[in-house]
Design a protein around this ligand. Structure first.
Ligand code: ARG
Length: 576
């Protein structure tokens, strides 16, 4: 495994610090804040000066003098109170580009201590068609899963199906009210079950008695009533089958298809632990755990409801216990709408109080909502909730508008075109979701998201297809050593050298937008390079061949970046 350019420079810097008997922990570079002046900077002298009570500029000058002896640095200067500015030599930069071109990880190191990380995303519920609100959790979670895998961690993704709550009791009560019993339930498909659930929702809003019946049924099936459980099994199965189709279309993968129901037994272990620790209280017929008031009072967590049923919160606590005991989790990360923040704060606090996840990092990543162009949650034209299916269908129609017709003229068969429309649509939807900081919401604008210009998925897919076409046309020039002959080549190499740093930061922050930002800017820098650095009209074959190697490396990094976001890169695109 090779190391990234930043690591190579940190290494050199570390050695100089050692020679000068300076504390090595400050020997760290970062990308320059002034790319017009330098490639990298090190602010370590300032921190060192504080620690050693010395003049920072003097320290920086000492370091600079030593660094200048290394021919891999073209220029090292000291700026302001003691910032070190570093410009690497062209030869060093080119050799690094050659190194990463040969590396299947493109200079991205693996983590030193691999961790088992449970990723909890998706979180759909039984009998509810998936809507736009479910899009983000799956898209963000899938990207983080790929990032974790790529850096060498062991991610395990779990859909955590919502299959154990009152909605089931409501559906069963509704079917019984309609049919008199549950005999026919196995004949009902997802559409019928969803309709029952919708009716139940309306009924329970107005009718206290219906609500109570649903509560009683919920407690009974959770308690193992055979008739109810048989019906539950069917509802769960048809719901999961439907959801699997949706996730397949979106390219979202789960290692585990567990649900709230799988935590049932453990919920009672949780209750027992709470009891033993003296944390369980009986409050108006319900068992609860009170939380610390702190500076923000939080409502207590309900362990068993007064009806005897298990609720959402305790299933999450129990699931943490299972993930720690059975899956040996080092870290558990949840991806849900920001509105569930309090829920997770409560759950994490209970886990801590009960001591069921010692040394396990629990993290909730909350994201904003997907809005329509009017700034309100995305709806269908007639004001209904937009299902995920509808949204994908609508998006595909939009993408198809900018595609040629199948046939001899376009060179695409019907089948190829269908596949292309699918790849571009999903790429556009995902990129639109992952291009901004995930905590903010975004506006889903059909006129914008699939544009081939601007910060979109298709723009980057197109850049890849264009490079593929360049590579095909120049196949006789393959394999050249990378050299620097102009600024645009240099800029591109510097950007390419940052891939590893970018991926590691995205992993650390669980923030795929760091990668989307990077590949977008890489595609732009490539475009400037390609417009100024001709392959065909290069002065000689060495230069032409180096440029081709750079194009190939750029393509590989773009494809890997897209993959990390969960986006496919079509080999060819129209007019590329
Ligand atoms: N099913 C839940 C909902 O629709 C989301 C589940 C999120 N994951 C979790 N472990 N609570 O709100």
């Amino acid at each position: 495994m090779i190391c990234s350019l930043n690591e190579k420079i940190n290494d050199k810097l570390g050695r100089v610090f050692e020679e000068l008997s300076l504390n090595k922990k400050f020997a760290l570079i970062k990308n320059s804040d002034r790319p017009d002046l330098s490639d990298f900077q090190c602010n370590g002298a300032l921190a060192l000066a504080k620690e050693e009570k010395k003049n920072p500029r003097q320290i920086a000058e000492m370091i600079a003098e030593k660094l200048c002896e290394d021919k891999d640095f073209a220029k090292v200067s000291v700026d302001g109170p003691g910032f070190l500015n570093i410009v690497v030599s062209d030869a060093f930069l080119a050799a690094n580009a050659d190194d990463i071109a040969k590396d299947e990880r493109y200079g991205c190191p693996c983590v030193v201590e691999p961790k088992t990380i449970i990723l909890d995303y998706g979180g759909p519920n039984v009998a509810k068609e998936m809507h736009v609100g479910h899009l983000r959790s799956g898209v963000i979670g899938e990207s983080v899963r790929r990032i974790e895998e790529f850096v060498g961690n062991k991610p395990i993704s779990d859909v955590h199906f919502g299959d154990w709550g009152t909605p089931i009791g409501m559906i069963l009560a509704e079917v019984i009210a309609h049919d008199g019993n549950l005999d026919r339930i196995e004949n009902y498909d997802i559409a019928v079950i969803t309709k029952f659930y919708k009716q139940a929702n309306i009924r329970c809003k107005e009718d206290e008695e219906a609500k109570e019946t649903a509560r009683i049924i919920t407690a009974k099936f959770q308690d193992g009533d055979a008739e109810y459980l048989r019906a539950w099994k069917h509802i769960r199965k048809v719901s999961i089958d439907a959801v699997k189709e949706n996730y397949k279309e979106l390219g979202v993968h789960f290692d585990l298809w567990l649900g709230e129901s799988d935590a049932h037994k453990t919920c009672f272990e949780v209750k027992k632990i709470a009891e033993e620790k003296g944390l369980l209280e009986l409050d108006e017929g319900a068992y609860i755990i009170r939380l610390d008031e702190g500076n923000k009072p939080k409502p207590p967590v309900i362990v068993v409801k007064s009806s005897g049923a298990i609720g959402y919160q305790v299933t999450d606590v129990a699931t943490i216990k299972m993930r720690v005991d059975d899956l040996k989790a080092d870290e558990i990360v949840y991806f849900t709408d920001k509105r569930q923040q309090l829920h997770f704060e409560q759950v994490f606090e209970v886990a801590e109080k009960l001591g069921i996840a010692p040394n396990v990092k629990l993290r909730h990543i909350g994201f904003g909502t997907v809005n329509g162009p009017d700034g309100k949650p995305f709806k269908t034209r007639d004001g209904g909730v937009m299902t995920l299916d509808d949204m994908i269908k609508m998006s595909k129609e939009k993408v198809a508008e900018s595609m040629p017709k199948a046939g001899d003229e376009s060179g695409f068969s019907e089948e190829e075109l269908d596949k292309l429309i699918h790849q571009v649509t999903i790429g556009a939807i995902k990129f639109q979701d992952l291009k901004n900081n995930i905590s903010s919401g975004y506006i889903f604008d059909l006129n914008d998201f699939a544009n081939f210009e601007g910060k979109t998925g298709p723009y980057i897919q197109y850049a890849v297809a264009r490079i593929n076409s360049i590579l095909r046309k120049n196949s006789d020039l393959f394999g050249g050593k990378i050299i620097v002959t102009n600024k645009e080549e240099r800029d591109l190499m510097l950007k390419l050298s940052q891939f590893g740093v970018v991926v590691l930061r995205a992993e650390e922050e669980k923030e795929p937008s760091i990668i989307s930002e990077y590949i977008y800017s890489l595609a732009q820098i490539f475009s400037v390079f390609y417009n100024t650095s001709s392959i065909k009209d290069a002065k000689n074959k060495d230069i032409a061949s180096s440029r081709l190697s750079l194009a190939k490396l750029t393509k590989n990094v773009l494809v890997k970046g897209l993959w990390l976001l969960g986006i496919e890169a079509p080999e060819v695109m129209p007019k590329a």
